[in-house]
Design a protein around this ligand. Structure first.
Ligand code: NAD
Length: 494
């Protein structure tokens, strides 16, 4: 099969520069399907210049006209939904159902951007002093940048640029070099929606492209999603260079299972939270904290559910329950963390390590795995595994479970399964995490709510999505005005 094209998009032109690249795999088969050009300063400078040149006209385009582009974009994404799903599945390995779900979440961000005329409303107060009126105006910043991870090739970019652009900014997207093809397709659809040239640009590459973006004097704001060490690097370097930065990092999310939890529903949700998207989710439930009798009630069923998950290629009509992980290297890392876990005394009670996929023997597969007896000092308890692995820790009571969850350096998500409102309330108030689920295993927020990671899961002040994203992508001007010749009282007297 010929390699899929992976062009850059700069100033409204699709470009294929003759520069070295990195392989893009189909993780289902292990085949190389594209080469992602490794852009650097030259490509970044061209993209930022194009975005800067397009900014004044786009800033001055009325919000209702900007919204119209996103109404059209919404239609186009819907019309090309299947192709987008296939592209996401092919380069990432998500099942068709997972790809569909993720693109729906992205589509909701486009829908949110369609509401930009009202989202940009400012505040206004007449006569704040005699004859003086005060108005806030929300203005765009200029060139904004998005740097995105491999695990949601379409959804995470869609968290960023529809809102940024609808606010009147121009944008440069640097997608993950492991999954650049979905971003290219999204860009082609945005071009068809009638966005003026230069308002949206794509550069590909890794660290060199990122560094050129972080330090470019014309870049005003950076949205980042990826692992914690890189998120911290992006925040430190970006802010040092005077940019506004929101940087989402990694996670280690705990799910508390109380002894009174509904077994069937809890097992179903634990399996989805831990093994959905092959565990490659920042909101994956990575550790079940089984309180008291919960372990004996839930674990046998959980093991059955894990063993029943069929693993296989996601790029063909017959769909498995779970696809591959992103690369051979990543699969080996997951396997090595499991080996370390065993060495440190944990017990693997559902073992996906030896999974064989006859239909695609060179794909990057790990089966659903459950590890019991995980202790706080073990590597498995500390590292983000980012694979289909669920740790189980046994807890005496709710207090111990909350304490365990709260010692994490991360603070992305946490959930509780219980029928006891008092326990749920206690948990939601005391747990140290930005997104909390009550009988919801993956409490990832939708477009209208911010994606509120805490601690090492987020660096910055204003989160991605919802009203916080409008604030992130705008700056406020407050205008105080007075017209001489009498205050407002005089007007009324006439
Ligand atoms: P990553 O940090 O390796 O890469 C993310 C981006 O940073 C990519 O575009 C990559 O090209 C770039 N990058 C990588 N190394 C770099 C370096 N040394 N210098 C500059 N840029 C660099 O993350 P990933 O492996 O693609 O994605 C998985 C991670 O993302 C997981 O840790 C996951 O939890 C996290 N994630 C977080 C959220 C969230 O909202 N908190 C959402 C999705 C994924």
């Amino acid at each position: 099969m010929p390699l899929s094209p992976c062009p850059l998009y700069i100033a409204g032109e699709w470009l294929t520069p003759k520069i070295p690249g990195t392989p893009v795999f189909n993780p289902s088969t292990g085949d190389v399907i594209a080469e992602c050009p490794a852009g650097g300063t030259t490509e970044v400078n061209a993209a930022v210049e194009a975005a800067q040149a397009a900014f004044p006209a786009w800033r001055d385009t009325p919000p209702v006209e900007r919204a119209r582009v996103f109404f059209k974009y919404r239609q186009l994404v819907e019309a090309n939904f299947d192709q987008l799903c296939q592209t996401v599945s092919r380069e990432h390995g998500k099942t068709n159902a997972e790809a569909r779900g993720s693109i729906f979440r992205g589509l909701e961000n486009i829908e949110y951007a369609c509401g930009i005329p009202t989202l940009l409303f400012g505040d206004s107060l007449r006569n704040i002093a005699r004859g003086v009126d005060c108005d806030t105006i929300n203005l765009p910043l200029g060139v904004c940048v998005g740097i995105t991870p491999f695990n949601f090739p379409a959804m995470v970019p869609l968290w960023m640029y529809p809102t940024a652009i609808a606010c009147g900014n121009t944008f440069v997207l640097k997608p993950s070099e492991k999954v650049p093809l979905s971003a290219v397709l999204l860009g082609q659809l945005l071009e068809q929606a009638g966005l003026p040239k230069g308002v949206f640009n794509i550069v590909h590459g890794g660290r060199a492209a990122v560094d050129a973006l972080l330090t470019h004097p014309k870049v005003r704001a950076i949205s980042f999603v990826g692992s914690t060490p890189i998120a911290k690097y992006i925040y430190d370097t970006g802010t040092k260079h005077g940019k506004r930065v929101q940087a989402n990092g990694g996670a280690k999310n705990y799910i508390v299972v109380m002894p009174d939890a509904d077994v069937g529903k809890t097992v179903e949700n634990l399996a989805t939270a831990a093994f959905g998207c092959a565990g490659e989710r920042c909101m994956a439930g990575s550790t079940a904290l089984a309180v008291g009798a919960a372990a004996d009630r839930v674990l046998p069923e959980l093991v059955k559910a894990a063993n029943a998950i069929k693993v296989g290629p996601t790029d063909r009509a017959a769909q498995p329950d779970m696809g591959p992980v992103i690369t051979g290297q990543h699969r080996d890392r997951v396997l090595s963390l499991l080996a370390t876990g065993e060495k440190e005394g944990a017990k693997i009670i559902a073992d996906g390590r030896g999974v064989k996929v006859a239909a695609a023997p060179k794909g990057f597969y790990v089966g659903a795995t459950v590890v019991d007896g995980v202790q706080n000092n073990m590597t498995l308890a500390k590292e983000e595994v980012f694979g289909p692995v669920l740790n189980v820790m046994r807890m005496d009571d709710l207090d111990a479970a909350i304490e365990q969850a709260n010692q994490s350096a991360f603070g992305n998500g946490a959930a509780i399964f219980t029928n006891n409102g008092r326990a749920a309330r206690e948990f939601t108030m005391r747990v140290k995490a930005g997104m909390v689920g009550v009988n919801v295993g993956v409490p990832a927020t939708m477009a209208m709510f911010p994606f509120t990671g805490w601690d090492d899961s987020f660096y910055g002040d204003l989160h991605i999505q919802g009203k916080e994203s409008i604030q992130f992508y705008t700056q406020q001007k407050v205008v105080s005005s007075r017209w001489f010749g009498g205050d407002v009282g005089d007007v009324w007297k006439k």
